[in-house]
Design a protein around this ligand. Structure first.
Ligand code: SF4
Length: 267
């Protein structure tokens, strides 16, 4: 057979290709050894882990997360956080639900909660995400007024916590699964703040917290005693700005809260 026969040329090409592949693999390996791990999201997560080994990120590509695994991981990470600073780092590294893709930054608890009362908002919106506070803008200002003028406390002595830490796209309501996946972070904030009474703001927040129908009128005006701190649902300050007549009912709920806490003025 002539050296220029097609089968012979093909065999020679195959051998050359194999040699080239081997050469490239060897060079690629040496290059990788010199450069270390690739730079990208994985490296970022790795550096969070090495800087803070006690709280690791919950990480999986979109569509490949197993919600049960993600919840277990969040529970483990939240339980490992020994203080609020560690907990905040864990939340910032969390990728357990798809809200991590649209959020700019998660919100975190505000106030030291030393009075025992913790106000709850369902999820951050645009103003909350921009400020980093669980409640911001005119509704946040109105809540401060209720605390200062009604409860005779400083906002710093109360706490404000979000059930879901990352802003849902276009400010839609968070899904039940998002609330559940985020619940270990939320619960651990309450533990570390030593919350003695919870005041969920608005029917959707109270309903999600208590696992009940989110109709506020059927929930407010009384103290719920589930496992954990007692719960006194009331109107969201956003509703009070739209419907000032609801302020009287809100004040009743706040007085109930003050009585439970043993604060003067509670009835
Ligand atoms: S909303 Fe909660 S569970 Fe989802 S990514 Fe943010 S911190 Fe994690």
């Amino acid at each position: 057979m002539s050296p220029h026969d097609p089968p012979s040329e093909l065999a020679s090409l195959a051998r050359a290709l194999a040699r080239e592949t081997q050469r490239r693999e060897w060079h690629g390996q040496r290059q990788a050894e010199r450069e270390g791990p690739p730079i990208g999201p994985e490296t970022e997560v790795g550096s969070v882990r090495s800087a803070q080994p006690e709280v690791s990120a919950t990480e999986a590509p979109p569509g490949q997360r197993n919600p049960a695994d993600a919840l277990t991981k969040n529970q483990q990470n939240a339980a490992r956080a020994a203080n609020l600073t560690e907990l905040q780092r864990g939340i910032e590294a969390c990728r357990a639900c798809d809200l991590c893709h649209s959020r700019k930054n998660p919100v975190f608890a505000k106030g030291d909660g030393s009075s025992g009362v913790t106000f709850l908002n369902l999820a951050p919106g645009a103003a909350e995400e921009a400020s980093g506070s669980p409640l911001a803008g005119p509704p946040g200002d109105l809540l401060d007024k209720i605390i200062i003028q009604g409860m005779k406390l400083t906002p710093q002595k109360t706490a404000l916590v979000s059930l879901v830490q990352c802003r849902p796209p276009e400010d839609r309501a968070p899904s039940q699964q998002e609330v559940e996946l985020c619940s270990p972070w939320f619960q651990r904030q309450l533990e570390l703040l030593k919350s003695r009474i919870l005041v969920p703001l608005g029917g959707p927040c109270a309903g999600s917290l208590l696992g009940l129908n989110p109709d506020l009128e059927s929930l407010r005006g009384r103290i719920h005693r589930p496992e954990g701190p007692p719960v006194v649902p009331t109107h969201h300050p956003r509703e009070l700005l739209k419907t000032p007549a609801a302020k009287a009912a809100c004040w009743e709920d706040i007085q109930l809260t003050m009585k439970e806490l043993g604060l003067p003025g509670g009835t």
